[in-house]
Design a protein around this ligand. Structure first.
Ligand SMILES: *Cc1c(COP(=O)(O)O)cnc(C)c1O
Length: 361
């Protein structure tokens, strides 16, 4: 049994090379006689792993020196609370609602202060990114929050919102390291890694130092959710998700070898173009997102007929294309074509879709 083409939205495909390397090191990591899973997080070997992971991430993203990098447990969803707990000093924040994850983040933040929803694309099932060039952002808002790539609906911001001097907080879970970004434009960039960077259980928070200098906005903020404490302890306040961070470190090295984020972007654009070009020319399949806001990572599509959608997902699975069913809230199909999805995976999927289209015309 070979490996399938895995189009899962997350946890998702990882580079085969990384998995093989991890397998080779499973029983004896570099002469330590133990697996990374069995190792103290205070050991010299582990210290090198986590320091090198941070260094490689900083290199890849060009993270300025005045930003802290925190490796965390808890999933991206924990950030929905951590963001307001750490940043909502005036008790108010602006949220742009572009899908489920932004909606959930806003609802969670509302537990801690006032949330002003300054824009939304709910009117058209989140199939576009609203115009964010001139938003009505309250003067005293502590931050403007976006979900930069909407995993479920397949939209992506192509230009960042005009925050009018407020700091920008972005959930980049599903576009992490998919293309270069200018970190200095953000106050906080965070994401769960299980979409594009590593195994579930790790999240990465990149935060501008001055925003956490005085500690969290709320005194009651649990120690584990306090970014300053996490940063001051170099992500080793308690036991971090050691093995997950080790795999992330390997993925960072793989991305470097693939030409860094520029290389990744070219690779991802090539794949997305193959799929979108086909969707635009197909008589059966149709993309659900307006062309100008299409994600490079998550590509939702439909046939317009629920029975046919189901048939497609089942036949695709039998042919070795896994996890093409759309999110339960939107139906249809979704192909997630993250960094580690090879080009031939997308080419073969399109060939399969063409055949399906002919057979079901
Ligand atoms: C998957 C996802 C989340 C939730 O991640 P968890 O780690 O399961 O909490 C949040 N935001 C975005 C954009 C996602 O894609």
């Amino acid at each position: 049994m070979g490996r399938v083409y895995n189009f899962s939205a997350g946890p998702a495909v990882l580079p085969e090379e990384v998995l093989k390397e991890a397998a080779e090191e499973m029983l004896d990591y570099k002469g330590t006689g133990m697996s990374v899973m069995e190792m103290s997080h205070r050991s010299k070997a582990y210290d090198e792993i986590i320091k090198e992971a941070e260094k490689d991430l900083r290199d890849l993203m060009g993270i300025p020196d005045n930003y802290k990098v925190i490796f965390r447990q808890g999933g991206a969803s924990l950030q929905f609370a951590e963001v307001p707990m750490n940043l909502m000093k005036n008790g108010k924040a602006a949220y742009i609602i572009t899908g489920q994850w932004a909606k959930k983040a806003a609802a969670e933040a509302e537990k801690y202060g006032e949330v002003v929803r300054v824009a939304s694309s709910a009117d058209k099932t989140f199939s576009y990114i609203p115009d964010c060039s001139d938003l009505d952002i309250p003067e005293d808002a502590d931050y403007v929050y976006i979900c930069e790539n909407n995993t479920i609906y397949g939209t992506k911001y192509k230009t960042l919102p005009n925050t009018k001097g407020h700091i920008l907080v972005a959930d980049v879970s599903s576009c992490f390291l998919s293309e270069p970004i200018d970190v200095s434009k953000y106050g906080v960039v965070y994401g769960g890694v299980q979409k594009n960077v590593g195994p579930a259980g790790v999240q990465i928070v990149i935060v501008r130092e001055d925003l956490i200098a005085d500690g969290p906005a709320f005194k009651q903020c649990p120690t584990m959710m306090d970014w300053k404490i996490q940063a001051d302890n170099d992500s080793l306040y308690n036991t971090p998700p050691c093995y997950g961070i080790y795999i992330c470190g390997k993925v960072f090295k793989w991305i470097k070898k693939m030409g860094g984020l520029e290389g990744m972007k070219a690779h991802n654009e090539k794949k997305a173009k193959i799929l979108y070009d086909f969707l635009d020319s197909s008589k059966l399949f149709k993309g659900t997102v307006v062309p100008e806001d299409r994600s490079l990572m998550n590509v939702p599509f439909v046939t317009g007929n629920e029975e046919l959608d189901k048939k497609f997902v089942a036949e695709a699975k039998a042919a070795g294309f896994e996890n093409l069913k759309g999110h339960r809230t939107v139906g249809g199909m979704r192909a997630s074509i993250y960094n580690a999805m090879p080009i031939e995976g997308v080419e073969k999927l399109v060939a399969f879709m063409k055949k399906f289209e002919e057979e079901n015309a």
